[in-house]
Structures are given as structure tokens and as C-alpha cells.
Design a protein around this ligand. Structure first.
Ligand code: UDP
Length: 302
């Protein structure tokens, strides 16, 4: 089922084009089409918390998994797939400069707080998060649950070799989870329609999109309404971990909230800016906000 496409080719940023790709859901007979369950009720069941312009759900891991499971169970009654994102310090920096990205995050059905930076900021602003839910730990937990129910997944992102390795990894680690297919995240615009058609013909319960931020979130939000999948999630570098390209930090580093140091050591060229610019700027912003809040609690403006 996997594509054997050539070496990664130039990435073409998806546009706002509307694609005429019919989904099987749209062709269901009338008697199967029950009144639509509002997606906001099944997945997005609680108020979002807002921090520096981005909205997220402050819920526990088991709450989040239970909502997603429920959505998959009811998926034939839903008009679109549920969108799941994770936000971290990098997301705040992107959102500051990119209104489209900010809009994607704020419109998503489920947004989970990822990383010690966000956890620290939430605490400093008086809205501590219930649980740090980074995608690299959360998605495996979700896969474990979905495996126990015989659900299915499709992988979109990274290069073909990485996707093939991830497929092997999932089949070994989560034997009940069916990998229906996978495809590299490097594609031309004119391949877009065939990608959507293939995914819709397979109708996976979970679609994992690993193309890096902000590309993956924009791709997910632009296509969620035409995708015949249960949950569509942006997962960043997860495939690189699953495939063995990068290693997770030792448990003590994860526990101490400094996994990003380990990540930087393995991939300094692409990650240096996050460590030396984005994290210090974010911490400075929180410090500045804390001082302002002390001086003028009414107008601190988070
Ligand atoms: N990637 C992709 N298509 C692109 C750019 C990147 O599939 O056009 C993949 C890349 O191979 C890597 C992942 O997206 O596996 C990005 O990982 P990263 O850890 O940088 O994600 P981020 O932290 O930016 O979300």
C-alpha cells in the first residue's frame, strides 16, 4: 500500500484551492444519515484557555483520549474529521507572525498543551495546565487505545523510507492498529488530489500528518472537511522518532522538562533558532508579563 515515490521532491505549499474529491461519507443512503452530532460537542467539549493569542484545551490525557475515541465511534454521523493539534513555544512564535497559522490553531477541535515552556507560562499566568500533553507521548497512548479496538491509521509525512520504517514500527508495537497506507510528506501541488482520494478510499480512523509546523496544521485545516477520516492530527517530528532517525531523550531529561536540549543536540541545524532565540524570547515575555501584572493587574493582557 505504501508509495514508492522517488527521493523527496520540492515541497509545494498547499493553497486555498477547493478540491472536488467526493468522500464515501457523502454518498451514504438517507436512512444511514442520522442527524449530525456537532463535532464541537463530541471532541471540543470544554472551553478553551487562551494564552498569548492561542487557544488550547486544559484537560487530562485520559479525558482527551476518551473524547477522541467517542468521536471515532460516532464518525459516521459527523460532517467532518476532528482536528487535533499540539502547541508549544515554537507555535507561539509562529502564530505571532502568521495569522493563518494562528487561525488554524484557534479553529481546531482539540488543541493540547505540549512542553515545559507552555506549562511554565500557564502557571505564571495563573492558569496551570492539568497535564503536559506532548504529541510524541500522547499519540502513542492514543494508538495503544485504538489498537485495542482494532482501529486504523494512515501516515502522511517525512520521506518514504521513514514512512516505511514507521509502518513496521506500528505493526510491531501496536499489532491491533491497522496501517492502511502511508505517503511521503514531500509532494507537488498536482499530486494533492490523488493523495486525498487515496486517503478517502481507505477511510482510516486516524490520519497522522507529519510535515512540520506551520505547514502540517494548514494542510490539516484546509482539508479536514473533505477528508473521510475520524481524526486528523498534526504530529511534527513523531515519524522521525518512530522510524529511529532520532532518539527520545532519557526519562530523567523528559521528567525535568529539558527534552528540547536532547532534540537540539541531535539536530542542531534546524533546531538552533528554537533553543537560542524562541525559548529565551518566550521566557522574557512571560517575565515581562509577570512584572506588568504586578504593577497593573487589570491591563496585563495575556
Ligand atoms: N516534512 C515533510 N514535508 C515538508 C517538510 C517537512 O514531510 O515539506 C517532515 C520532515 O521530514 C520531518 C517533519 O516533517 O519528519 C518535521 O519535523 P519537526 O520536528 O521539524 O516538526 P515541528 O517541530 O516543526 O513540528
Amino acid at each position: 500500500m505504501l508509495h514508492h515515490d522517488p527521493a523527496p521532491v520540492k515541497q509545494v505549499t498547499p493553497t486555498n484551492t477547493t478540491y472536488d474529491v467526493s468522500s464515501k461519507r457523502g454518498r451514504r443512503p438517507a436512512f444511514v444519515r442520522k442527524p449530525e452530532v456537532n463535532i464541537k460537542h463530541s471532541v471540543n467539549g470544554s472551553e478553551k484557555t487562551e494564552l498569548f493569542g492561542l487557544k488550547y484545551h486544559n484537560i487530562t490525557r485520559s479525558e482527551a483520549i476518551s473524547r477522541l475515541r467517542q468521536h471515532i465511534e460516532n464518525r459516521r454521523f459527523q460532517s467532518k474529521s476532528a482536528t487535533l493539534f499540539f502547541i508549544n513555544v515554537h507555535s507561539f512564535q509562529l502564530a505571532k507572525k502568521d495569522a493563518d497559522f494562528r487561525h488554524c490553531i484557534n479553529q481546531a477541535d482539540l488543541v493540547l498543551p505540549d512542553g515545559s515552556g507552555l506549562s511554565y507560562a500557564a502557571k505564571a499566568t495563573g492558569k496551570p495546565i492539568k497535564e503536559n500533553l506532548n504529541g510524541t507521548d500522547f499519540i502513542p497512548a492514543l494508538c495503544k487505545t485504538l489498537a485495542s479496538e482494532g482501529r486504523s491509521v494512515y501516515l502522511l509525512g517525512a520521506n518514504t523510507d521513514t514512512v516505511n520504517r514507521c509502518t513496521q514500527y506500528i505493526r510491531k508495537t501496536y499489532p491491533g492498529l491497522k496501517v492502511l497506507g502511508g505517503r511521503s510528506g514531500y509532494f507537488f501541488q498536482d499530486e494533492h488530489e490523488s493523495i486525498i482520494s487515496e486517503i478517502n478510499s481507505l477511510q482510516p480512523d486516524l490520519l497522522l500528518v507529519a510535515m512540520g509546523s506551520p505547514l502540517q496544521e494548514k494542510w490539516v485545516m484546509r482539508n479536514a472537511s473533505i477528508l473521510d477520516v475520524g481524526i486528523c492530527s498534526a504530529v511534527g517530528g513523531l515519524f522521525d522518532f518512530w522510524s529511529g532517525k532520532y532518539r527520545r531523550a532519557p526519562a530523567w531529561m523528559r521528567k525535568a522538562g529539558i527534552e528540547w536540549v536532547y532534540r537540539f543536540m541531535q539536530d542542531p541545524i534546524t533546531k538552533w533558532k528554537r533553543v537560542f532565540v524562541e525559548i529565551p524570547v518566550f521566557l522574557f515575555k512571560i517575565g515581562y508579563w509577570s512584572v506588568r501584572r504586578r504593577i497593573n493587574p487589570e491591563n496585563a493582557g495575556v
